[in-house]
Design a protein around this ligand. Sequence first.
Ligand code: ASP
Length: 587
Amino acid sequence: MLKTHNCGTLRSTDVGQDVVLAGWVNRWRDHGGLAFVDLRDRSGIVQVVANPDVATEAHETLQHARGEYVLQVKGRVRARPEGLTNPDLPTGEIEIVAHEATVLNPAKTPPFYIYDDQPVDEALRLKYRYLDLRRQRMQRNMMIRHRAVKYIRDFLDARDFVEIETPMLFKTTPEGARDYLVPSRVHPGEFYALPQSPQQLKQLLMVAGFERYFQIARCFRDEDQRGDRQPEFTQLDLEMSFVEREDVMVLAEELLIGVIEACSERRLLTKPFPRFTHEEAMQRFGSDRPDIRFGMELTDVSDLVADSEFGIFSRTVAGGGQVRGICAPGCGDYSRRQIDELTELAQAEGAKGMAWLAPKEGGDVRSSFAKYLLDEEIDSIVARLKAKPGDLLLFVADQAPVVNAALNGLRLELGERLGLRDPDVLACCWVIDFPLFEWDEEAQRWDPSHHLFTAPMPEDLPLLETDPGAARGQQYDFVCNGVETGGGSIRIHQRAVQERVFELIGLDAAVARERFGHMLEAFEYGTPPHGGIAPGIDRLVMFLAGEPNIREVIAFPKTQQAADLMAGAPSPVEPEQLKELHIKIVG
Ligand code: ASP
């Protein structure tokens, strides 16, 4: 090794030790005729000092070293003189007196400071990702990621799970997104698909008798890069045989709590994780991925306003719709402009409008609709929402899906504004009992709400024939801080049920056989009942590290436009390569 010690781990107990260190120049300065360099390696930083009278050449080298030069330093650890210790630095009580210093490699001035975590334009960070990754924040994130994955592997290994790799070059695996396709040179005009997840393969591993499988699996989905998504991302993919829903959830919850407690400084809000049925989540939060770090739950007032003189309310209720509201504490003094902004937000989520009411001290109110209501009606609304003078009540009247979307949007926005979405808290929960299908109005068919291998609840099986929309699936979603962070289900393991689901989602028998014949056939060779789950590693690590997006916990992420700014991918290829692949670029 070119070094005997790590910079960041030296302490006053090492005083007197001769050491050889190697690392990068974090900062440098001349002071009182001495040359100082803060030398950095992965373990941290240590101060190196050279005296021109004692070590002329080492002094010369340190004096000319600049930020990010790679140095080797031979020297001795000594206690820093009285009054010059640095309590902010773990190595702050000592320094290295250099006898020899060698420049292993000089460096150009980096495009941004490495030694502090000042905000830098993200495009620049991504272009020089190898420099960005040198920064403390990113080093820390990568270590958290490493530790989390190590924890997961050890946990599952101790419970008899087998790690098995599955192919990247495969056939289309429907998880609801567009596939990345890879052209075949050997089979002109034919394509592999990169897996959207190893879903089919892990089920086939259950058919193959492995009983407990996992993989830290790369998944590929060619989605429009709305929000916090990456074209390739990593899941902890796992599958178990001879289990029911409860078994998978209990195991996953133990693992998730363990990894959070072992790898994060953030506080877990509650354990065990609360569970909500899909219906309850929609009722209380208007969302199937509720952020339960704060209350401000949706409250139904339909019965209180059904007979009121306010036509928008009474007509909506008469038409099978509903009127629900939320109470924003202390927002009663919002100006008309601020309220208009909230109305626009509700409209962006599909609502036609938003009604509001602010109770004042002494029983008076400020409101968009109170003049149409009787005093008793207003009082009962205020009481139902448990509002106090100074609060602001917001209402949406419409069909349930619109009310849910609009109030969910308002709730999250107000939660953000009021500082109720504490980034240092991890609020995890489960959502279960999802409808098995969602009706696709445009295509006039049922779509699986999870994926097409999810089994219906046993008692809902007959509904596949009579009322598919009412059938619930054996699906479970793991939600953290309002973000869906993993989903799984008990799977269909009988050919007839799988074929019925294909039929309901409009997959013609011949197409189903062509695309999923291998699954259907496998189901006829003694498939055990099985189920699994796949928590997203990137999202999980983002929460563990307290980062605002998954790009901060991925070493080499892509931009929102799915581009790698460092290497410049995607990029054109040689005409020769295209020819070999039987591909012609048109347009
Ligand atoms: N393959 C599923 C997904 O990626 C997870 C699962 O059902 O295990 O969402």
